[in-house]
Design a protein around this ligand. Sequence first.
Ligand code: SF4
Length: 474
Amino acid sequence: MTNEWPLRSSTLRERTATAVDDPVLRANVGAATDRFRTKRTSALARLHDPDALRSAARGVRGDILADWAATLELLADNVQANGGHVCWAPTGADANDYIASVARRIGASTVVKSKSMATEETGLNEALAAAGCDTVETDLGEWIIQLAEEHPSHIIAPAVHKNRDQVADTFEAKAGMTERVTEPTELVAFARRELRRRFLEADLGITGANLGVAETGSVVLVTNEGNARMVTSMPRVHIAVMGAERIARTWDQADLVLGLLAKSGTGQALSSYTTVLSGPRGEDEADGPDEFHLVILDNGRSDIAGTEFAEMLNCIRCGSCLNVCPVYHQTGGHAYGWVYSGPMGAVLTPLLASQTGHGPGEDHHVGELANASTLCGACMEACPVEIPLQDLLLGLRRRNAEHAGLAERSMWRAWAAAWSRPGAYGASATVATKARRLAPLLGRLPGGSRWTDGRDLPDLPARTFRQRWDAGDV
Ligand code: SF4
């Protein structure tokens, strides 16, 4: 497949229309996010004071990013002291070039990968294909969507939009499954058999990094399938690709973040496998790669620091905001058009795009993502590091408004001026009340049906709030 994301070739309206017209997709996404949400609620209920932990995590992330450059340098120094190599990648293309050069140098023909949103961001699989490598995703969800030639639709559960029958269809059509099975355990057993031989063939293993820990030069990988352990120990070379903000200075900081990551994302006390890697295999060690490389990916992140959107760099990619978002619940992730979806994607995608020019591109198709929210605030409440997503979305909308045409800006200014004066507000409300019966005609105006289709205007009460207020009834 190509790495052509639909962000720039279609509008948000077109993508959401496609998604909401697909009842199977909505049922699949709804069931999965409901399950994650329920499990998260129970996991947090077992904590003594989850809100205090969230505040502490926000404080820790803030401390880390206040000392970001020095912490990254410390990480790089310690990775090298452990015998690893470090690549500073200003852009996704730089990261891909470095990884492809390593693959060429070692003569890699088969590459196994574990789940990594950073490499989705850089389009690594396509770059490796151009370098002559056959890349196999080994996270079950990633493997399913790789076979189906689709993109991930959730940052922690890439195939969340598919049900077991659809997975079986994909395995039959694309992975040579001859005896159809649909039970999850049987589907997993089939995937395990197929993937096991690819681990054995692979020359190069590539992972993301949930966290880099600077004080020991370590990379932490969190998975539920254990595939990352195979990716990092069976091929002779391992490359980890880490978004530059995914860092902690100390293990105490990492401990706090990792505990909240699992509880917030999947509702587990801790993920099934938490793997810590500190360089290549040592002389007295039985397992591990001969070479270890850490690619530190900037790709626009450092330009977000110091702006009004800097708190977005605190994101630990838990997926919790997706699971509680009523918009994501209805549309799934593909409607967002790029790697990151849900509320965090609606913020991060325009930021990465506008800061770098190396992301999906800054145009109205990207900017309009900030409109993919009801501003209900559920995402802010769910975020384990208290990122003010709603405020950031409003900030992006403000930024978009600066590019609005003169007519639109004049209209909003006039509205704001009128509704800032009690008399003018009352007069406009009276006019609107009297004109209420003309509302059905709105749908006949050019573009009016966008408002009236799918909306039922409620009947007006007999008296307005002001009339009730003036009469002392409220
Ligand atoms: S914004 Fe918060 S809730 Fe959403 S993925 Fe990031 S850390 Fe999780």
